[in-house]
Design a protein around this ligand. Structure first.
Ligand SMILES: [Zn+2]
Ligand SMILES: [Zn+2]
Length: 212
């Protein structure tokens, strides 16, 4: 399993390519911008995009979904509870003084418990609301290796903000404690911005997750 992360777009969103290089298939998570850089990596790996998925629908995580979709023909998906955020993309982008991304043909295909595939890699969809109502985490498993792509739900030493429209401070803690911390300690966590971490490190050291 090859998982690589590129820092893209105006707010430094982590975009991940989850690839089965042998099968030449990949799932792209959060193509937040810099399409040319993402395309260059897909071409270097020699993989076709099977699906485009989003940890949530803030504008900085969907910045070049339309371009990637046009080039690949892949389905692009969010969770239905984030649909209202996609509908106000221009407003979201305007708050940060940037142009709204082009609209993609975005479906509501992210459902808790669904399994996506990148070749032989299985990617489970977990609905982890709190940062936004439709925030999801993706758990990629292959050959005993687990990588969690948590978006803006969990950061190294911190958690996502909940003061934006639809944010819920109790829900984000329920999501992390109930769904993410039950994963193995050695699972690598790709966060929405900034450095990666592991479930074990966050369980032990994240000040927001101290036992009550
Ligand atoms: Zn966000
Ligand atoms: Zn973000």
């Amino acid at each position: 399993m090859h998982v690589e992360t590129l820092v893209v777009g105006p707010l430094g969103c982590n975009c991940s390519i989850v690839a089965d290089v042998e099968a030449r298939r990949a799932v792209v998570v959060d193509p937040g911008g810099d399409y040319a850089a993402i395309r260059a990596r897909l071409d270097a790996l020699g993989v076709a995009v099977e699906a485009i998925v989003h940890t949530h629908t803030h504008f900085d995580h969907v910045g070049c979904t339309a371009e990637l979709q046009r080039a690949s023909g892949a389905a692009a998906s969010i969770h239905e509870a984030d649909r209202f955020l996609y509908d106000i993309l221009p407003l979201q982008a305007g708050m940060f003084g940037v142009d709204a991304p082009e609209r993609a043909d975005m479906d509501d295909g992210l459902v808790d418990g669904r399994t996506l595939h990148a070749g032989a890699i299985e990617i489970a969809v977990l609905h982890t609301p709190g940062h936004t109502p439709g925030s999801c985490s993706f758990v990629a498993n292959h050959a005993g290796q687990t990588v969690v792509i948590a978006g803006d739900t969990l950061f190294r030493g911190s958690i996502g903000r909940t003061d934006l429209p639809g944010g819920d401070p109790e829900a984000i803690l329920r999501s992390i404690r109930g769904k993410l911390l039950s994963l193995p300690d050695d699972a690598r966590v790709v966060t929405g911005h900034g450095p990666a971490t592991t479930i074990g490190d966050e369980r032990a050291r994240n000040p927001y997750l101290r036992p009550r």
